[in-house]
Structure formats: structure tokens, C-alpha cells
Design a binder for this molecule. Structure first.
Ligand code: PBG
Ligand code: ZN
Length: 355
């Protein structure tokens, strides 16, 4: 018998009266096929089926080393983060070592700035001195250095600029390469170019190889967005541009596909590790980077603004800081990041050890 509109109507009525009956008198023999709660009943079982892992060794601690401060100075917009004068850097490095973070990442705040950012590559520049101090103090852990000019140029841009204020790409490459070599000479383990100049990885690789540093890896800030989340960092590192912005070299936040082209270019040029920055607001990009480059070590940078938001909310009692930080760090690992650069590294490492 063909179905008519009348039959369909009757059928629907039947279904709805059936479900009403079910709600009132549940059938005790009814089978629920998936009881996902079975594996959530105790912490022991939850741990057995946990997918992502997070250990202190997965975390990288950024450290600000300052030539302009005589004391350890807390950064106003980043509570719990400090600018360290060179002679006191060993203290924070020892804390990092004690909790077992995977690496430290150094940023410098120089006394002297000029158009070419000369102090970025100076033998006695702030970073170069800091690395030697740390090594003399016996630190054996991994030292990564940020390679950029913006903290060292008086105009605050990541490269050289011409009279019109245009950021020059190719002319900036040799300055970045010199900076990377000076870091390697001082004892850096890994150099991390963040200037977003095209060809910077190739330029640095060629220069390192030519000076005997064939075994120094490059961690490229391959995917770095033009982000307002860097605001607190610029206060911390005193690296805001005095005119213009970074949109001519950093990526447009609306772009996801382009991230794959950026990684591709840097991997081809010889990057050993790749990065997505910021991380938290770009977890989709972390995921697609993991899928597009399954074999590359992938780093996510949990940037300053992402840190400050959590600290501000926690200070107000609006969020449970410990729970939020660990949940966030697990999110990076779940999305596919191998390493997370985070200002929460010391706290998180301690919390993880406490269990
Ligand atoms: C320098 C640099 C920046 C950050 C890391 N390296 C700032 C910028 O590009 O303006 C941001 C880090 C953070 O916000 O935590 N090129
Ligand atoms: Zn820069």
C-alpha cells in the first residue's frame, strides 16, 4: 500500500506518543549502546584513557633580560613576569632548571637603540652577555634566542626601514643572519627568527653553515600573525614601532590557508622546528599545521596578551588560575603542538609535578 499523507501523519503521531510514554515510564531493559561514562568513573581510569599528555619538558619559558634596569622589575601588564638585569638572570634560569622546563627563550632589552639595531648582533650585546653569564653559571639546559631587530632599532621595526618608512626585506636579511651568528657564538643552542622577513631562514641557515654552526637548529616563527595579543610584550620588551604597524610582514588574522604556505617556505629554507603564534586564538591553525606537516616539530606560542587576560581574571577571582592554565596548555597539546612557549611555564611545571 503506498504511503499517503494520512499515513505519514498517523505514523508521526505514533512516534510522538511513544516518546512521551518513554519519558514517563522508562523501559528498564532498554539498551544504551555507548556508555561513555564508564571510563570517567575514577581518576585512575580517566588517566588510562587520557589522550594528550603534558609535562614540564613540553614547556618553554620566555625570559626578558634587561640592560636598562638595575633591579628585577615586574612588568605591569604581566604580573609574575619580570625584566632581569644580567647579573640576576641566573636566578630565574635556576628556577627554570629546577622545575624541569624544556628550554628557555631569551629576549633582550638593550640600552642603546639605533636605525640598524646594531646591539642585536653586538659581541657584548645584552643577549650575548646573558648567554655567557648563564653558561658560566653552569646552566646546561637548552637556550633558545629570539632573533629580531625590533627591540634594538630606534624605530621599533623588525627590519631596516627606508626614508619613506617602508620595511626593507632583503636588506634586513644580513642583519638577522649576523644576529643569529652572534647568538650561536655566545653559546645559544637554537636560534628563533621572528622578524617575518621572507628568506630569513635561508639567510640564517647559510650564514650559520658558513661559520661552522651546521648543528645549530633554527626554530622559525614561521606563522606569526599581526596580533593585538602582543600588546603586553611590547611594554615588557620596549619594542613598539614608533610609526606604522607590522601588517606588511606579519600575517593577516583572517588567513588560515596561508599558514601552510608560510610553513612550507620555511621548511624548504631549512627550518628545523616551526611555530604558530599566537597560539590560543589560533588553535585551528595549530591543528592544520600539525596535519599539513605531520613530521615537523611544532611549537605554539601562548603569547603575552593571552597570559595577561588569564592573570587579570584570576586576580579578580573570576577564574581558577591553576585549572585554567592547565586546561589551556592541554588544549595546545591536543591541537597538535609538541612544545608550548608560555609565561605560565614555571607555575604550570610546579602544578604538574604536584600532580
Ligand atoms: C619580536 C617578538 C614579538 C613577540 C615575540 N617576538 C612582538 C612583536 O612581534 O611585536 C611577541 C611575544 C608575546 O606577545 O608574548 N618580533
Ligand atoms: Zn620583531
Amino acid at each position: 500500500m503506498p504511503l499517503t499523507g494520512f499515513h505519514v501523519l498517523q505514523y508521526r503521531r505514533g512516534i510522538s506518543s511513544f516518546s512521551v510514554a518513554m519519558t514517563i515510564t522508562p523501559n528498564p531493559s532498554m539498551q544504551i549502546s555507548a556508555r561513555l561514562r564508564r571510563t570517567r568513573g575514577s581518576e585512575g581510569v580517566r588517566k588510562l584513557v587520557r589522550e594528550a599528555t603534558l609535562t614540564p619538558a613540553d614547556l618553554v619559558l620566555p625570559i626578558f633580560v634587561s640592560e636598562v634596569d638595575e633591579e628585577v622589575v615586574e612588568i605591569g601588564s604581566m604580573p609574575g613576569v619580570y625584566r632581569w638585569p644580567i647579573e640576576r638572570v641566573p636566578e630565574i634560569v635556576e628556577s627554570a632548571e629546577a622545575v624541569g622546563v624544556g628550554a628557555i627563550l631569551l629576549f633582550g632589552i638593550p640600552e642603546e637603540k639605533n636605525p640598524e639595531g646594531h646591539q642585536a648582533s653586538a659581541k657584548d650585546g645584552i643577549i650575548q652577555q646573558a648567554i655567557r653569564t648563564i653558561r658560566n653559571n653552569g646552566f646546561k639546559g637548552v637556550v633558545i634566542t629570539d632573533v629580531c631587530l625590533c627591540e634594538y632599532t630606534d624605530h621599533g621595526h623588525c627590519g631596516l626601514v627606508d626614508q619613506d618608512g617602508t620595511i626593507l626585506n632583503d636588506a634586513s636579511l644580513s642583519r638577522l643572519a649576523e644576529t643569529a651568528i652572534s647568538h650561536a657564538e655566545a653559546g645559544a643552542d637554537i636560534v628563533a627568527p621572528s622578524a617575518m622577513m621572507d628568506g630569513q631562514v635561508a639567510a640564517i641557515r647559510t650564514a650559520l653553515d658558513a661559520t661552522g654552526f651546521i648543528n645549530i637548529p633554527i626554530l622559525s616563527y614561521s606563522v606569526k600573525y599581526a596580533s593585538a595579543y602582543y600588546g603586553p610584550f611590547r611594554e615588557a620588551a620596549d619594542g613598539s614601532p614608533t610609526f606604522g604597524d607590522r601588517r606588511s610582514h606579519q600575517m593577516d588574522p583572517a588567513n588560515g590557508r596561508e599558514a601552510e604556505r608560510e610553513h612550507e617556505a620555511d621548511v624548504t629554507e631549512g627550518a628545523d622546528l616551526i611555530m604558530v603564534k599566537p597560539g590560543l586564538a589560533y588553535l585551528d591553525v595549530v591543528r592544520r599545521s600539525r596535519e599539513a606537516f605531520p613530521a615537523m616539530p611544532l611549537v605554539a606560542y601562548n603569547v603575552s596578551g593571552e597570559y595577561s587576560m588569564v592573570k587579570a581574571a584570576a586576580a579578580n577571582g573570576w577564574l581558577d588560575e591553576r585549572a585554567i592554565v592547565l586546561e589551556t596548555l592541554f588544549a595546545f597539546r591536543r591541537a597538535g603542538a609538541d612544545l608550548v612557549i608560555t609565561y605560565h611555564a614555571l607555575d604550570a611545571a610546579r602544578w604538574l609535578e604536584e600532580g
